[in-house]
Design a protein around this ligand. Structure first.
Ligand SMILES: Nc1ncnc2c1ncn2[C@@H]1O[C@H](COP(=O)(O)OP(=O)(O)OP(=O)(O)O)[C@@H](O)[C@H]1O
Ligand SMILES: [Mg+2]
Length: 411
């Protein structure tokens, strides 16, 4: 039998020991048995929601904290066990966690709530009021308690306003048999102020703040997951502490710490090494950064992509300093060539500011001596990366070879 070109690669997978014992354990969706350094939060939520086991409606609650501080995992952890205990004693407690990144309209919220109480409604089509009426009727057809957890509530609110929240905070006064409690989660610390004051006060009967983890706490969290997730002895000295320290640098984001550890181990495995070292962790930081930039670039709206492509084109030109004036000239030409309607300079500037907030471009106001002040623009990410991703776009493809030198006065 002749050798297959993939033999060497596949053989390595078969014969060399894997770094991972259980890859799933290192993914964000996994709910571990222990959540180090969240005892207080678990107890707090447990006490608040536990009153459901005694037929008392738990207070509505607000949970805040920066990203990666364990809000989602603690909620899942507590509800999972509460569901189990309620079932054991035959209590009608329904716990539903809505991820508001997906469930981001009033209709979707109500359709999901209908689904959890066993009322079927079409995916779209009915008036929202009608869906609400059906949900309320079905919910109140028996004695039961519904606890709705709105995870990342700011996303729903940003897209669809307070309407459904307002209705749900008032619903208990109309219900005869059933009751509803609401738990709201957000990592946007100023979000609460944007809510209608009536909604705000009924949602925050109780509040819990999740503090960022410090490096030592992150190390414990990673340590627990590592025991379940990796084979013995595959993590080199200092790997876990380096991941923890790097994630604690901005604030204690456990997601970042876990991602670093998982990606470092994947890189080690891909290069057929038997141990994960600090070098892999350093490489993982770069890869994670690259992935975030890629995601941000792919999801830009088309006008923002054209503005960004103008910056790209000018970076490739002979210009030493890119100003917003030149940028707009190029932008207009690009619109002509792609048959898009140009937006105003003012609007283009605000898209440029959005790109700057995403960390994709850098803008700086500079003095031009007697010519006054202008904004200097540059790319903050690699031009190659911008090109690779943007040329996938249908409009950008048409101007992929566009050059700007003919438009510019040299500076
Ligand atoms: N105490 C902990 N023990 C074990 N894993 C944890 C702990 N805290 C957080 N994690 C893990 O870190 C990751 C991020 O946590 P989580 O999703 O709960 O963050 P979050 O506060 O909801 O963040 P966001 O605001 O971005 O949604 C998850 O993979 C979670 O499993
Ligand atoms: Mg979350």
């Amino acid at each position: 039998m002749t050798d297959h070109p993939l033999d060497a690669i596949f053989d390595r997978f078969i014969t060399s020991p894997s770094i991972f014992k259980n890859h799933e354990v290192l993914r964000p969706s996994h709910i571990p048995d222990k959540l180090p350094h969240r005892d207080y939060e678990i107890q707090f939520l447990g006490k608040a929601l536990g009153s459901a086991l005694r037929n008392n409606r738990p207070s509505n609650m607000f949970l805040y904290g920066k990203t990666g501080t364990g809000k989602t995992i603690v909620s899942k952890y507590v509800t999972k066990y509460l569901r189990q205990r309620a079932a054991e004693i035959g209590k009608n407690v329904i716990l539903s966690i809505l991820n508001c990144v997906e469930v981001d309209t009033d209709y979707r919220v109500l359709a999901r709530l209908c689904e959890v109480v066993g009322e079927s409604v079409p995916f779209t089509g009915l008036p929202t009021d009608e869906v609400f009426k059906r949900f309320k009727a079905k919910l109140d057809s028996k004695k039961q308690l519904l606890i709705v957890i709105f995870d990342e509530l700011d996303k729903l609110h940003h897209k669809s306003g307070d309407n459904v929240l307002y209705q749900l905070t008032r619903i208990n006064t109309d219900l005869k048999k059933a009751q509803v409690s609401l738990v709201c989660i957000t990592n946007d610390l100023s979000f609460k102020e944007t809510l209608d004051p009536r909604v705000r006060s009924s949602l925050s009967e109780e509040e819990l703040v999740f503090r960022p983890y410090n490096a030592a706490q992150l190390e414990d969290i990673l340590g627990e997951r590592a025991v379940e997730g990796f084979n013995d002895g595959v993590l080199g000295d200092g790997v876990v502490s380096l991941c923890a320290a790097l994630a604690a640098q901005e604030w204690g984001d456990a997601r970042r710490a876990l991602d670093l550890l998982r990606v470092a181990a994947e890189l080690a495995e891909r290069s057929s090494e038997e141990r994960v070292s600090e070098v892999h962790v350093r490489k993982a930081t770069k890869q994670i950064e690259r992935n975030t930039v890629q995601e941000a670039l792919v999801s830009l709206p088309v006008q923002t992509k054209i503005v960004l492509w103008s910056v790209y084109v000018l970076e490739k030109s002979e210009l030493k300093v890119i100003t917003t004036g030149d940028l707009y000239k190029v932008y207009q030409e690009l619109c002509k060539s792609t048959a898009l309607e140009p937006i105003t300079p003012r609007r283009a500037n605000s898209l440029l500011n959005e790109l700057s907030m995403l960390g994709i471009v850098n803008t700086k106001v500079v003095s031009m001596g007697r010519y006054g002040r202008t904004t200097k623009v540059s790319l903050s990410v690699s031009p190659r990366e911008v090109r690779n991703i943007l040329v996938e776009d249908f409009h950008i493809k048409k101007v992929s070879d566009f050059t700007a030198d003919h438009l510019l006065e040299k500076n």
